[in-house]
Design a protein around this ligand. Structure first.
Ligand code: UGA
Length: 419
């Protein structure tokens, strides 16, 4: 927002995070963002605070961007943080303004929050709530924010919508489509987008199970169906499946919400989507057992722990899950990831955390690639082969060239091809 030309104050309840941000230090990995943060903390257009009292009387627009994680022991989304942020903000507002929700929420939340705002804001201040779901991808957050492929807004206050259009003036001027709708549709657009992406990945991974069984090549299958424009090739990369802080919890929250509405069967297919996805992790563990017979005490190198490349996020990471399963089965697991080591160590300290891919691979009896960072895609099988105890590799993301590895004497396994 500062880059788009606005004066911005970022609010968080965590003083440590705010201190770091104010000092121009980003508390997570996101390409391109540290540069923007430094640029605008220096230009003075971007400040940080823990104080709602500071922003309540100040801002024209408030964006609510707090998380909606999965509830502990339940599939539903935990709305505690959104509710708390909206209520606290509303109690500090002392002027006309617009609140814009960006968090991914169960359908119906925005209307409930509108009531909460109306009942909380003091005096006769006019405060409208719009819902403007966020579609950015981790690793491409800057690009997706400055040049989004669409903007969706729910709400019926025309003046508030015009104000939001001003905020997005630059992307709109460069042709970004703007879809204006009701609150419920806006909430559902986000849920539907992530459910579709998750389904697309599990669809191709279900075919992986078939090609593995009968003999066939899932990458060729994906390329061939992807050439049909109606299907498209993106999000058809078969492998160890989806993870992260969004797709897994969003498909569960959608099912939970729709069941709550009495539509029990409607989203039931997403249970299958979830199960296919989790079975891919088991498949990697199964392949490791097939190769090593007994995992007890065997040294396995795991390349990647982030849920995807260009991120340090290990939330629901397939890679970290597989590494943990192998460890729990008795293997001595050495992991390396260019960015996610600290986060992984916090979640699963018992793995061996190497300082490089080479260190992880040294004397290993099996190598498993689980996050397709560029440095792993370009590994040289000949050089790597010198340091391992046994030349066996599982390509959990289908990004390596099997012929190249096999020519160098490696046993090569991947997902979606008969071993
Ligand atoms: C996802 C959506 O893509 C964003 O549009 C959305 O805004 C975001 O969630 C959110 O709700 O906040 P993100 O979680 O950053 O973004 O990651 P994706 O790029 O969607 O990847 C998700 C997972 O799917 C990763 O684990 C990735 O490795 C996996 N994946 C992706 C595959 O297994 N195969 C593919 O073909 C593509």
């Amino acid at each position: 927002m500062a880059e788009l030309g606005f004066e911005v104050v970022g609010v968080d309840t965590d003083p440590k995070k705010i201190e770091q941000l104010a000092a121009g230090v980003l508390p997570f990995h996101e390409p391109g963002l540290p540069e923007l943060l430094r640029k605008h903390t220096t230009s003075g257009r971007l400040r940080f605070t823990t104080s709602y009292a500071e922003i309540g009387p100040w801002a024209d627009i408030h964006f609510i961007a707090v998380g909606t994680p999965q509830k502990a022991g339940d599939h539903a989304a935990d709305m505690t943080y959104v509710d708390m942020a909206v209520e606290t903000l509303a109690s500090h507002i002392s002027r006309d303004c617009v609140i814009v929700g960006k968090s991914t929420v169960p359908v119906g939340s925005a209307r409930r929050l509108s009531d909460l705002i109306r009942n909380t804001v003091a005096g006769d201040n006019t405060v409208s709530l719009l819902w403007n779901p966020e579609f950015l991808r981790e690793g491409f957050a800057v690009q997706d924010t400055l040049q989004p492929d669409r903007l969706v807004v729910g709400g019926d206050d025309a003046q508030a919508i015009d104000l939001l259009k001003e905020v997005y003036g630059l992307p709109l001027a460069s042709g970004t489509p703007f879809i204006s709708t009701d609150l419920e549709t806006a909430e559902l657009v986000k849920a539907a987008a992530n459910a579709f992406l998750a389904t697309k990945i599990s669809f191709i991974n279900a075919f992986s199970e078939v090609t593995e069984h009968v003999g066939g090549d899932i990458r060729v299958l994906a390329d061939a169906i992807g050439l049909d424009n109606r299907i498209g090739r993106r999000f058809l990369n078969a492998g160890v499946g989806f993870g992260g802080g969004c797709l897994p919890k969003d498909i569960r929250a959608l099912q939970a919400r729709v069941s709550e509405l009495g539509l029990d069967r409607t989203m039931r297919f997403l249970t299958e989507v979830d199960e296919i996805n989790l079975r891919r992790r088991d498949r990697v563990v199964h392949l490791a057992k097939e190769i090593l017979h007994d995992l007890q005490g065997r040294k396995i190198a795991v390349l990647g722990v982030a849920f995807k490349p260009n991120s340090d996020d290990v939330r629901d990471s397939p890679a970290l899950d597989v590494a943990a399963q192998l460890y729990n089965a008795g293997a001595d697991v050495s992991v390396f990831d260019p960015e996610a080591m600290n986060n992984a160590r916090l979640r699963f300290p018992r793995l061996t955390y190497s300082t490089s891919a080479a260190e992880a691979l040294k004397d290993s009896t099996l190598t498993i690639l689980l996050t397709e960072w560029e440095e792993f895609r370009t590994l040289d099988p000949s050089a790597v082969g010198e340091t391992v105890e046994s030349k066996s590799i599982i390509d959990g993301r289908n990004v390596l060239d099997p012929i190249r590895w096999q020519t160098e004497g490696w046993r090569f396994e991947s997902l979606g091809r008969k071993s």
